[in-house]
Design a protein around this ligand. Sequence first.
Ligand code: B16
Ligand code: MG
Length: 214
Amino acid sequence: MKYKGIIFDLDGVICSTDEYHYQAWKALADRLDIAFDRNKNNLLRGVSRMKSLEILLGEQGGCFSDSAKEEMAEEKNSLYRRLLGTMSPASLDREVRITLDRIRASGMRMAIGSSSRNTRYILNRIDLEHFFDAVADGNCISRSKPDPEVFLKASDMLGLSPGDCLVVEDARSGVEAAAEGGFDCAAMGDAREDCRAKYHLAAFSDLQQILLQA
Ligand code: B16
Ligand code: MG
């Protein structure tokens, strides 16, 4: 097999927490009377919490102090975590679970590469806390996607070089991060349009064929 390791983005790839991000940012935007819709939310995929807030505030960003912005980010995060609290192992899509188990059975090394600082909490909610060989997340990086740092950290934790790993992403920022880091990328969702991705997934389970044929 061409790849020895596979690095999964979390939000929007393993689980649909991107919807909870949308609801929490939307609540904040409504309170601030700032226009926010799903198209704008798509720009926040893979991007750090504070950078996401800057995008949401747009030109109004200059009207708020750093501490006011910290409070807004905290307000969004506490609502987001309340929504995450409703998740359970049943929230993990069956197709995702089966595909992960099959990849695991093939002997491939598996990691998470997520910008989220809530990664461990999410993995715990869906009972995947001990599933992956490595977890690189927003707590162990200083630059979020599109910087490749989180994927380089994940491949390093797996003891593999970028050329030996496939990254799976739903965000254009993540596809760019993979390309910058020297990783091949399989894209799903919006990121499928991105020509920097080597593979374009119609379904999560397509990964099995890609890994077998690569
Ligand atoms: P948090 P991923 C990213 O996770 C999300 O796509 C992005 O929308 C979010 O702003 C970022 O994590 C930070 O998340 O506020 O939980 O630290 O897609 O890289 O798994
Ligand atoms: Mg994502």
